[in-house]
Design a protein around this ligand. Structure first.
Ligand SMILES: *Cc1c(COP(=O)(O)O)cnc(C)c1O
Length: 327
């Protein structure tokens, strides 16, 4: 955990999931799903994914000594493929988009005795999300924070965070009389939950994703309705940010905290910054932002020359150096 005063928040904490074994939040959920599957006799693990889930499933299957089948759209970027294939899964490149890949896996689950992390063993996968809250509570000395900022893809983890804070309170493990406000973060380019929130309804209408925050770009989120209800019940909100705000927020986090996050983290920090600048908080509240993936996964997002970086091009001579840098 780390903190920053850049946004006028004296008690801001960042839960840094960029440094997990495959550098995203997915390590938490997949490790629980595969542990359960192995304990219950499954010998093969499967998933449909365009990135983070594929990485985690391939790595944890290797570690567990189980066979894995990772289904991906055939046109996936080579960089994403190599960081999965290195773990030795059966990589099935499907000529189709993610939705088609996912549909195929839903059909396969009927006839193959495999544990698909995001399908038949999803309840156990989902449980893994709660370790984020358990660790956060422990690291805060078992105090319940005032608000937690959570990125929303399917909404699966958001719902489990609600459950986890409830369990911590019910068991008397955390001190406080209520859950933190749970606030959801989306990219405007894929904001079905935010759209419904803004319109004051909990009926989530599907959208066609168009955003650089691909790891959370689910146009038809299965748990969207619950996210809206839980945000409202806990006093949280659902907010969304533009593509430019995502990029700016990745840079803000890197510049102020030395943490390089992927675009999903840019969405979370973007929403945090937007709400802070809009005066949502007095400044002394305990706020936690869940930063869920590493920046090297989406390095292209910040590949443009950066006005804030101090770049100088020189000849390999002392003279040339002294000409551009005055100390
Ligand atoms: C999967 C994922 C999430 C959360 O997704 P949900 O489907 O809402 O649980 C958040 N951030 C990153 C980087 C992810 O890969």
């Amino acid at each position: 955990m780390t903190r920053s005063k850049e946004l006028g928040l004296s008690r801001l904490y960042l839960k840094n999931d960029t440094m997990n074994p495959t550098n995203s939040f997915k390590d938490r959920v997949v490790s629980v799903a595969i542990s359960w599957a192995r304990a219950h006799g499954f010998e093969t693990i499967g998933c449909a994914s365009t990135g983070n889930l594929a990485n985690a499933v391939a790595a944890y299957s290797a570690r567990a000594g189980l066979e894995s089948f990772v289904f991906i759209p055939a046109d996936l970027e080579p960089a994403k493929i190599s960081s999965t294939s290195v773990f030795g899964p059966n990589l099935i490149a499907v000529r189709g988009n993610y939705d088609q890949v996912n549909r195929l896996c839903s059909q396969l689950v009927e006839s193959y005795p495999w544990a698909f992390c995001n399908i038949n063993v999803r309840p156990f996968y989902a449980e893994g999300s709660k370790t984020l809250d358990f660790e956060t509570a422990e690291q805060l000395g078992w105090q319940v924070p005032d608000e937690v900022i959570i990125p929303i893809a399917s909404g699966c983890q958001f719902v489990k965070h609600h459950r986890a804070w409830g369990e911590l309170l019910d068991l008397g493990l955390a001190e406080g009389d209520q859950r933190p406000a749970l606030t959801g973060a989306q990219a405007l380019g894929c904001a079905p939950v935010y759209n419904a929130w803004r319109e004051g309804t909990d009926q989530v209408m599907p959208v066609k994703p168009d955003t650089i925050a691909k790891s959370i770009a689910i146009g038809n989120p299965s748990d969207g309705t619950y996210v809206i209800r839980m945000a409202r019940e806990t006093g949280g909100v659902v907010e969304a940010v533009s593509e430019q705000e995502i990029v700016d927020s990745i840079k803000l986090l890197a510049r102020t905290e030395g943490i390089f996050t992927e675009t999903a983290g840019g969405v979370t920090i973007g929403v945090l910054a937007k709400l802070a600048r809009a005066g949502r908080w007095k400044g002394d509240e305990t706020i936690v932002a869940y930063v869920t993936g590493h920046g090297l996964k989406t390095a292209d997002a910040v590949a443009e020359p950066d006005g804030t970086a101090h770049r100088f091009e020189i000849d390999p001579t002392l003279k040339s150096f002294r000409e551009v840098v005055e100390v």
